[in-house]
Design a protein around this ligand. Structure first.
Ligand code: NAG
Ligand code: NAG
Ligand code: NAG
Length: 380
């Protein structure tokens, strides 16, 4: 009996080891990859599963787990650019499913309006566009907003508006777009019947902040990662009846221990929340030279941030990262070293590390160039 019990225990451990997760990866060279992560405990393996060449310079992806469509932004800076969709089979197989034309220099997109529309941020051309879904070849933007600002900002990169992301609020009624060039958080109201956006009064941040990437925590708190000031801001979010979202800034912290400024050359990448923890990626801070760092913060019940610590990003220029739904693993996409890194996450302390897998994907990039690995996402 004892042997049988031990045998069954071993068998179930082996079965659990077979658990696999897929990861999607975009590379600036024009290819989307799917990887499979297998393993448990401290022993994991990444294997490359499938690839699809879609052309352009893929910069960012979003994934709809219901339709299993990936939406891919194209940062191509001259000639013509596209926005593409890729169908992902549950076994990781990838297939180009749609393409439409889009203005140059797109760096992010988000699906909205019951899944019927996509809103994109175009850094280089100072535009927010929307497209109707599914994407059809030859179709161009459904709506185009060409952004303006009153004058140059204090940072040399603040010559013109540079929207960096589009996100939907938790009620699904608004789109927010951090604008690195204009130091604004732009706000748009969604018309649920037509899918059209109307610009609201934006939130004006401190000159030189450079807001880049944002995430909601519940309905009433917003965190924004600032690429130029290398800080994170928290905001309370209100929803006046019949009006537009308004933001009130609550707190500012740097992404370094003791509130120190980040080393010169650092550019905060993304921010993500999971339960009562917030994470930011520090691109090119070289804290774990030659690797960069991930900053973690704990959040109290009112959303106040407390800096926790820095851990290695396992490569250079962590442009995107994502915590899995279970909360025990984080995937990090290091752009310049073009490697996908998976680190453990302690679900109770929120602390990251150690690294359990790393895999080079495609060609490495050069510092400060739009090449190398652009984005990573869990298939969930
Ligand atoms: C991806 O990997 C899984 C697990 O190894 C395998 O079953 C599946 O067939 C692979 N898919 C493709 C498209 O190669
Ligand atoms: C994902 O697609 C489904 C089906 O079209 C849609 O209902 C849903 O709103 C989409 N999700 C998002 C985040 O847009
Ligand atoms: C940097 O990352 C690489 C790849 O993940 C890893 O092998 C190496 O140990 C890391 N070095 C440091 C100092 O963190």
């Amino acid at each position: 009996m004892l042997f049988l019990a031990l045998g069954l225990g071993l068998l179930s451990a082996l079965v659990q080891t077979g658990n696999a997760a897929n990861i999607f990866v975009s590379h600036y060279s024009g290819t989307i990859y799917s990887l499979t992560l297998t393993g448990s405990g401290s022993s994991y393996t990444l294997t490359q599963n499938s690839t699809v060449a879609i052309g352009g310079q893929p910069s960012w992806m979003t994934f709809n787990s219901t339709t299993r469509e990936l939406y891919v932004s194209d940062e191509t800076g001259s000639g013509s650019a596209q926005v593409a969709s890729v169908s992902a089979a549950t076994n990781g197989g990838l297939k180009l499913s749609g393409k439409a034309s889009a203005p140059l220099g797109a760096v992010a997109n988000v699906q909205y309006g019951g899944g019927n529309y996509l809103a994109s941020a175009h850094y280089q051309t100072s535009m927010i566009t929307t497209h109707k879904l599914p994407l059809t070849s030859g179709a161009s933007a459904f709506q185009t907003f060409t952004l303006t600002m009153s004058g140059r900002g204090p940072n040399s990169r603040q010559d013109v508006p540079h929207p960096h992301e589009t996100i939907v609020d938790p009620t699904g009624a608004f789109i927010l777009a951090p604008d690195l060039g204009a130091d604004l958080i732009r706000i748009y109201k969604i018309d649920a019947s037509t899918g059209k956006l109307t610009a609201c009064t934006p939130y004006t941040d401190t000159p030189g902040t450079g807001p880049r990437h944002a995430t909601f925590w519940g309905k009433n708190t917003l965190y924004v990662g600032n690429e130029l000031a290398n800080s994170v801001h928290s905001f309370s979010v209100s929803y006046p009846a019949g009006g537009c979202i308004t933001l009130t800034k609550l707190q500012t912290l740097t992404t370094m221990p003791g509130g120190k400024s980040a080393p010169s050359g650092t550019k905060v990448g993304e921010v993500h929340v999971k339960d009562n923890f917030l994470y930011a990626s520090n691109r090119r801070d070289l804290t774990f030279s030659p690797n960069d760092s991930m900053a973690s913060f704990s959040l109290d019940t009112s959303g106040t941030m407390t800096f926790q610590g820095l851990t290695s990003s396992g490569g250079t220029y962590p442009r995107t990262f994502q915590v899995n739904q279970e909360g025990d693993l984080v995937v990090i996409g290091d752009q310049t070293t073009a490697n996908v890194v998976v680190v453990k996450r302690d679900v109770s302390t929120g602390l990251l590390g150690p690294q359990v897998a790393s895999m080079r994907i495609g060609s490495v990039g050069q510092a400060e160039n739009d090449n190398g690995l652009s984005a990573v996402l869990w298939d969930e």
